[in-house]
Design a binder for this molecule. Structure first.
Ligand code: NAP
Length: 248
């Protein structure tokens, strides 16, 4: 129950990695407000399951690309729960295509949802975190933001942008005792990777020293570490959770 006095916002918590992050933080006692874009029924069912065990978990519809909505969300959380200690910017989408065929719409959609979404909520939580002189922001990037991937120029640009954002913001707010770090997952078993064929899976295993795709809990545990006091002397860092795919 190391987070029993903490309030967390997790974006994109209804499925996949975000869902495991919500569970990890809630199991450690945190009050968790998570966002989703469209899966209202399953998000509310998931929140209710946790509430019935005594944890405060609330699902709120919020589109990561909505700047005003981000301000309203944080105002609501501060008013209802007394503050925000952790922000996990996890929501993300892909619109893959080789650049030569990539539409401007798909470029803008990925940059707006994946990168501007991080700007929107990070900016909105800064005032309450600065006031409290405490906070942890964890941004979910990707190894694709470090090494690139053919067919994902939009996604790679957004995820690399998140890494630059993380380091710049870490420098801006370190004196206020706010830690800002990023996680770069490799290939994790979720809806995003659910369509892989056996052949594609086999080829992936060949690139992964640990010879398996990651589980959502593998990422959630590192998020919990970065939110904990164990990580108090870390800021501006990028942790790869990728079975050893990318070694620096
Ligand atoms: P996922 O299973 O597709 O789930 C995406 C989550 O984000 C859902 O909760 C979805 O809500 C929400 N979401 C999507 N667009 C949103 C928006 N505009 N506003 C608010 N919420 C939105 O994805 P995932 O695989 O868990 O990925 C989570 C994060 O990890 C992403 O940032 C992704 O880029 C990153 N990542 C994933 C992998 C991987 O292998 N899976 C690898 C590296 C990095 P709804 O349920 O309502 O649609």
């Amino acid at each position: 129950m190391r987070f029993k006095d903490n309030v967390a916002i997790v974006t994109g918590g209804s499925r996949g990695i975000g869902r495991a992050i919500v569970e990890g933080l809630a199991q450690n006692g945190a009050t968790v407000i998570f966002t989703y874009k469209s899966s209202k029924d399953s998000a509310e069912r998931f929140a209710a399951e946790h509430n019935s065990y005594g944890n405060k978990v609330e699902a709120i519809q919020h589109d990561a690309s909505d700047t005003e909505g981000a301000n309203r969300l944080v105002e609501y959380v501060v008013k209802t729960y007394g503050g925000v200690d952790f922000l996990v910017n996890n929501a993300g989408i892909t619109r893959d295509q080789l650049l030569i065929r990539m539409s401007e719409t798909d470029w803008d959609f990925v940059i707006t949802n994946n990168l501007k979404g991080v700007y929107n909520l990070s900016k909105a939580v800064l005032r309450p975190m600065m006031g409290k002189r405490y906070g942890k922001i964890v941004n979910i990037s990707s190894v694709v933001g470090l090494v690139g991937n053919a067919g994902q120029t939009n996604y790679a640009a957004a995820k690399a942008g998140i890494l630059g954002f993380t380091k710049a913001l870490a420098r801006e707010v370190a004196s206020r005792n706010i830690g800002v770090n990023a996680i770069a997952p490799g290939f994790i078993e979720t809806d995003l990777t659910g369509n892989l064929t056996d052949d594609q899976r086999q080829k992936l295993h060949e690139q992964i020293p640990l010879k398996r795709l990651g589980k959502t809990d593998d990422v959630a545990r590192v998020v919990c570490f970065l939110c904990s006091t164990d990580a108090d002397y870390m800021t501006g860092q990028v942790l790869c959770v990728d079975g050893g795919m990318v070694m620096s």
